[in-house]
Design a protein around this ligand. Sequence first.
Ligand SMILES: Cc1cc2nc3c(=O)[nH]c(=O)nc-3n(C[C@H](O)[C@H](O)[C@H](O)COP(=O)(O)O)c2cc1C
Length: 172
Amino acid sequence: MVEIGLFYGSTDGNTARVAQMIEQVLALRSTVHVEILDIADYFLDEMLAFDLLIVGVPTWNIGQLQADWQSVFEEFDQLDLTGKRVALFGLGDQRGYPDTFADALFFVADKMRERGAQLVGRWPTDGYHFRQSWAADGEDFLGLVLDEHNQPELTAGRIAGWVGQLIVEFGL
Ligand SMILES: Cc1cc2nc3c(=O)[nH]c(=O)nc-3n(C[C@H](O)[C@H](O)[C@H](O)COP(=O)(O)O)c2cc1C
């Protein structure tokens, strides 16, 4: 059995709900077990127990980390994530915050990369409408981006496509 740790922070519950949706799609594979961990309740060193990580980060307060991620962020500096493969997803509001869309995804991605993690699960920026995002790198976001305010009808399909990609990139 492959154990995946899915760590997320969520203030209004959107990222928590999406975490469950991702888990449900991955659980269709009998060789995979996903443990969901709300980082409000754990220290980041719990990440070391998993070889494969999925990390969910909503953007808050105009381009800032969500509060629970903010609280644990310094713990990253004590973590050696060498060899960990990490797929990130981020939630945002492209219409409300078009100049800071899903920025926080980048802050966690960049920090995890700095700590040695290997990022997988890039996702095309096609189909989103925003002016600026730290999470965008060329034609891709650094992970899956979801917008429950403006494009909720696309979420299930985006998750299905992204999980299909992770199955290949994680080698599941
Ligand atoms: C005060 C406030 C500030 C926000 N700032 C941003 C932002 O800068 N960029 C963005 O993409 N979304 C922003 N959002 C939207 C949230 O990312 C979005 O509501 C997300 O679904 C929240 O996830 P959660 O329910 O898991 O906390 C903001 C929302 C609020 C209420």
